[in-house]
Ligand binder design. Structure first.
Ligand SMILES: [Mn+2]
Length: 193
């Protein structure tokens, strides 16, 4: 069973989280105090077939920036810790997923090399009281902490909620593929990642 737990506390946020990769049935319990972020992480867990438990709070009276970035850090750390030096994983994953008017692609290489390419423009800056530009910080933090290449592209879409939802579903699906077991070797001609 590939699993990990993280507790991270700073002066800005406090987050505890647990991950199980590819369980029998995906289960999730997400409470970040931000409804829209919870919604996205639930989609991610469901579509990636992960068990994901996150309980976090932060200085959201300042703005949502710290908690969103720190959840990205913790999520990346959870996968890094659960993946046992990346041994035996498929390494690459890619998925294109629509959501009504929106179409997005996410491609991942779990390469031990952090790099984010984020090609997303939202027609509206906010969904409810949530500033969608924060998702770039989230994915950047995730990529830095899992140490993966992460390429995110929105092809088109009219509705910001649909655009980000198609991204999170594709993110879960692509990551699920990349972490799936393909053998007992490290997939690199260097023999190491
Ligand atoms: Mn929705």
């Amino acid at each position: 069973m590939r699993t990990s737990e993280i507790f991270r506390q700073t002066k800005e946020t406090s987050i505890s989280a647990k991950l199980i990769i590819n369980p029998q049935n995906s289960e999730y319990q997400i409470d970040t105090t931000i409804g829209f972020l919870n919604h996205m992480l639930e989609l991610f867990a469901k579509h990636g077939n992960f068990n994901l438990y996150i309980s976090g709070k932060g200085d959201t009276n300042v703005d949502f920036h710290h908690i969103v970035e720190d959840i990205g850090i913790v999520l990346g750390q959870l996968f890094f810790k659960a993946l046992n030096d990346f041994k035996g994983i498929k390494r690459y994953g890619s998925k294109t997923i629509p959501m009504d008017d929106a179409l997005s692609s996410v491609t991942i290489d779990i390469s031990n090399r952090p790099y984010l390419v984020y090609n997303v423009n939202f027609p509206k800056e906010r969904v409810g009281d949530f500033d969608v530009e924060l998702f770039e910080e989230f994915f950047n933090a995730f990529s830095n902490n899992l140490r993966c290449n992460l390429h995110i592209k929105n092809h088109y879409g009219k509705n910001s909620h649909h655009i980000i939802e198609s991204i999170f579903k594709a993110f879960g699906y692509a990551l699920s593929e990349a972490v799936s077991i393909s053998g007992d070797q490290i997939l690199s001609t260097k023999g190491t990642l």
